[in-house]
Design a protein. Structure first.
Length: 298
C-alpha cells in the first residue's frame, strides 16, 4: 500500500454506503411529499416497516432527524427541508442515467430527455471559447459586463445588460426565477405576459417536470459551487402556447455566478439563439424550422 492509499483509505471507508441507498432516498422523498406513512407505503408499494427502516437508516447516516412525528403525523425537520431538493434531484438524475440519457462528449456533459408527448430536451456543455468565437454579440456583452461588475448584480457596469438576462435564486423548493428581462430570449418567445407568469415558479413546474429540473439543476449547482461561468447549448421542442404542437428551439445559455446586495448567491442566465448546432448526434436541420422571431435582437 503506497502513502497515498494509506491517507485516502481510512477516509473512504469511514462511511459505508448502503446497497439500498437509492430506495432509501426514494422512501424519504415520497414520505416528504405525502407526510403520511400509509399513503407513502401505498405509493412505494412497500411496507410500513421498510419505510420506517429506510428513514431511520438515513437519519443515522446523516446524523440528524429528517422528520418529526406527532401522533402519527409527519413533519419535515429543518434538516429534512434542507436536504429534500437534492434528494429529489438524485432520483431524477438516476432515472436519466439508467435510461442512457446522460454521457460525456469530449469531457463535457451531454444530457437528453424525450417525452411521449413530443417534448424533448438536449443539453451539452460547450467550451467557454465559444463566448468569443461564437455568433452571439449579446453573450459576449453580458460576459464582459459580468467581469466589469465583479459579479455584483446591482453594479452599475451590469445594468445595461439586465433587460437581456434571467436571474435565479436558490430556495428549499429548488431554483426560482425572480427576474426576467423584457428583452430576454424567454420573453421574446413566450411573450411578456406569459413570461411574467413564470416568475416565482420552481423549475420542476416547467414543461418536463422533475427530469427537466434535474437537467438544469446540474449546471446551476456547478456554477453555484465554483462561483464561475458555464456555457451550454440546448436544443428542445416545446409548445409556444398550452395545447399547441411543439416547435423546435435551439439556443446557447450562459450561466454566471453573481451576488445580491446582501451577499447571497444569485444566478444569471443569458440566452441567445444558436445559428450552428454543436450537440453530438444532432444536425443543422433543427434550425431550418425554427421560427425567426425567436431571435433576440441586439
Amino acid at each position: 500500500m503506497n502513502k497515498l492509499t494509506e491517507i485516502v483509505a481510512p477516509a473512504a471507508s469511514a462511511v459505508k454506503i448502503p446497497a439500498l441507498l437509492f430506495e432509501m432516498i426514494r422512501s424519504f422523498v415520497v414520505l416528504a411529499d405525502t407526510l403520511n406513512l400509509s399513503h407513502a407505503v401505498k405509493q412505494l408499494e412497500s411496507t410500513r416497516q421498510t419505510v420506517r427502516r429506510h428513514i431511520s437508516q438515513l437519519e443515522e447516516l446523516m446524523g440528524a432527524a429528517l422528520f418529526e412525528v406527532d401522533e402519527r403525523r409527519y413533519r419535515l425537520t429543518e434538516r429534512g427541508i434542507e436536504v429534500l431538493p437534492e434528494a429529489i434531484d438524485i432520483l431524477a438524475r438516476g432515472k436519466i442515467w439508467v435510461q442512457g440519457n446522460t454521457r460525456h462528449v469530449g469531457g463535457l456533459l451531454r444530457l437528453e430527455h424525450e417525452a411521449p408527448n413530443g417534448w424533448n430536451f438536449y443539453q451539452q456543455q460547450q467550451p467557454l471559447t465559444q463566448i468569443w468565437d461564437g455568433e452571439s454579440d449579446m453573450l459576449r456583452e453580458v460576459f464582459a459586463a459580468w467581469v466589469n461588475s465583479k459579479g455584483e448584480l446591482e453594479h452599475l457596469n451590469f445594468q445595461m445588460m439586465r433587460p437581456y438576462v434571467l436571474v435565479y435564486r436558490d430556495s428549499p423548493n429548488g431554483w426560482i426565477c425572480i427576474e426576467l428581462g423584457q428583452e430576454s430570449f424567454y420573453t421574446k418567445w413566450w411573450g411578456w405576459k406569459n413570461a411574467r407568469s413564470s416568475i416565482g415558479r420552481p423549475l420542476g413546474q416547467f414543461p418536463g417536470g422533475p427530469e427537466f429540473e434535474a437537467m438544469l439543476n446540474a449546471p446551476f449547482r456547478e456554477v453555484q459551487a465554483n462561483g464561475g461561468v458555464r456555457l451550454d447549448e440546448v436544443v428542445t421542442q416545446i409548445p409556444r402556447e398550452e395545447g399547441e404542437q411543439p416547435i423546435p428551439l435551439a439556443y446557447k445559455r450562459l450561466l454566471l455566478a453573481s451576488r445580491f446586495p446582501d451577499g447571497s448567491f444569485a444566478l444569471i442566465a443569458a440566452i441567445d439563439r444558436s445559428r450552428h448546432i454543436s450537440i453530438a448526434g444532432l444536425d443543422q436541420t433543427t434550425l431550418d424550422v425554427m421560427p425567426p422571431d425567436a431571435i433576440v435582437a441586439f
